[in-house]
Design a binder for this molecule. Structure first.
Ligand code: DC
Length: 231
């Protein structure tokens, strides 16, 4: 097996993982795995089929047979997502779908069913993997493991701003409560809880703007993976 480099970017939502991954993929020209999109797609497919959140057997069956395609759509809009031959890019990005994904994600058998699908993204010339357990479970041998954090308050503010910019009305207090509830579910589950790998580098983005985060990540990547192209 050739040593194909992997960079994992884990952390809760709203820490800037998506932006950082899009930057890395653009710079390095590597493959990209948006593992959250897989959990979101599974939640959406289950909703469309009327499968309940606690119907483990049906969810596992669905996960094993999920008909999905990811199409690279350029920087900033990294992937177009197709579910059963229909676009699902917008629909999986709603708060509702993110929360539904977080409710089915604790099921160990569901996570197991998605494992080989995620590892199939590990191809030449390299992989950038975005998620919660990329460095701990899915790619434990990754060359560089980054764990992004930020305070729940700051993440709620960022999400609020994003939604406003898209013309979607939102309530900061409700968003904050939903983010805290999701963090709690993702971090306290027994199967692959959200936590930094022992060898991960933790970057707190609460007080950093995106340019400062990009500069820090660039420095880390250059240190761990020599001989990379200029940006
Ligand atoms: O990153 P995201 O917001 O798209 O993820 C949606 C949910 O999916 C997240 O709250 C928990 C779950 N998830 C997970 O359990 N493991 C991953 N590797 C990625 C996402």
């Amino acid at each position: 097996m050739p040593d194909i480099p992997v960079i994992t970017v884990d952390g809760p939502s709203g820490t800037g993982k998506g932006t950082i991954c899009s930057y890395l993929v653009d710079w390095l020209g590597w493959n990209f795995l948006d593992s959250g999109a897989l959990y979101r797609l599974l939640a959406l497919a289950a909703k469309r089929k009327g499968i309940q959140n606690d119907d483990e057997a049906a969810l596992v069956d669905l996960a094993e047979n999920l008909n999905v395609e990811f199409k690279v759509a350029g920087v900033g809009a990294l992937v177009d997502v197709i579910l059963n031959n229909e676009p699902a890019t917008e629909e999986i990005r709603t708060e509702e779908c993110g929360n539904a994904a977080s409710v089915i994600a604790p099921i160990a058998a569901v996570r197991q069913a998605l494992l080989s699908r995620q590892r199939a993204f590990h191809k030449e010339p390299g992989l950038v993997a975005d998620g919660r357990d990329m460095g701990t479970v899915v790619f434990p041998d990754a060359r560089l493991k980054i764990f992004l954090t930020a305070s729940a308050e700051e993440r709620a503010k960022r999400r609020y701003k994003q939604l406003k910019e898209k013309g979607i009305s939102a309530n900061l207090r409700d968003l904050s409560a939903a983010i805290e509830a999701r963090d709690e579910r993702d971090s306290t589950r027994s199967a692959s809880p959200l936590k930094p790998a022992e060898d991960a580098i933790v970057v707190d983005t609460s007080l950093l703007d995106i340019d400062a985060v990009v500069a820090r990540i660039t420095e880390l990547v250059r240190k761990k993976i020599p001989g990379l192209p200029e940006k």
